[in-house]
Write a protein that binds this ligand. Structure first.
Ligand SMILES: [Zn+2]
Length: 198
């Protein structure tokens, strides 16, 4: 992200716009998003995901119960248009509302493209996390990746990654956690859990 965009974001979260994304900005950004989340929070902590959502999916085996989300605008997986998403049924209605919010916040194709929300990089994928032994939230179909090319798993947000805060806000308003803001990396990733405690 450019310094100018970081300054704008700092103004939006109510801290001194000095272009330096340090601990004060990180904490304020988390608070900004947490304050938008519904009360009580609709989703479990990451530790309680199996209790709330049930079994994770297994390759060639069990598949979690899926809901159906008709998108208000097509998104593109490997260049192919996608109009329906199949997340876990317990977060499907909320993901549908996230996309309605995105459609309102980014009202035309140019702004959607610029924000990166037209580039879809997957939802259900029963696998371990890239950096460890824990199961990825994608294994429950409760996480979605957008614009992976510009918001990599190890790419620092917001110094290098470009996922807009306004996209994170649309997810936060439905209780979804934006990894960029809460992990400082993997800004492509949004999941239907509570954010980690600071
Ligand atoms: Zn992801």
């Amino acid at each position: 992200m450019t310094i100018a965009r970081i300054k704008k974001m700092q103004e939006r979260i109510g801290v001194e716009p000095d272009g330096f994304w340090g601990p004060i900005s990180i904490a304020a950004c988390r608070r900004h998003l947490e304050d938008m989340m519904p009360e009580p929070h609709p989703f479990p902590t990451q530790a309680n995901v199996p209790v709330f959502y049930g079994r994770k999916g297994e390759e060639g085996g069990y598949t979690p119960p899926m809901g159906r989300v008709e998108l208000p605008f097509p998104i593109f997986y490997d260049g192919q248009p996608v109009r329906v998403l199949r997340p876990h049924e317990k977060c499907a209605e909320s993901l549908a509302r996230v996309f309605i919010r995105l459609a309102e916040a980014f009202p035309d194709e140019a702004s959607r493209r610029e924000a990166g929300i037209l580039t879809y990089n997957g939802l259900y994928n029963p696998r371990k996390m890239r950096n460890g032994s824990a199961w990825s939230m994608h294994s429950w179909a409760i996480a979605i990746d957008l614009d992976a090319g510009r918001n990599g798993n190890r790419t620092h947000w917001p110094a290098q990654a470009v996922m807009p805060l306004e996209v994170m806000e649309c997810f936060a308003a439905e209780g979804w956690m934006a990894a960029g803001a809460f992990w400082g990396r993997d800004a492509m990733h949004f999941q239907a859990t509570q954010p980690p405690r600071a």
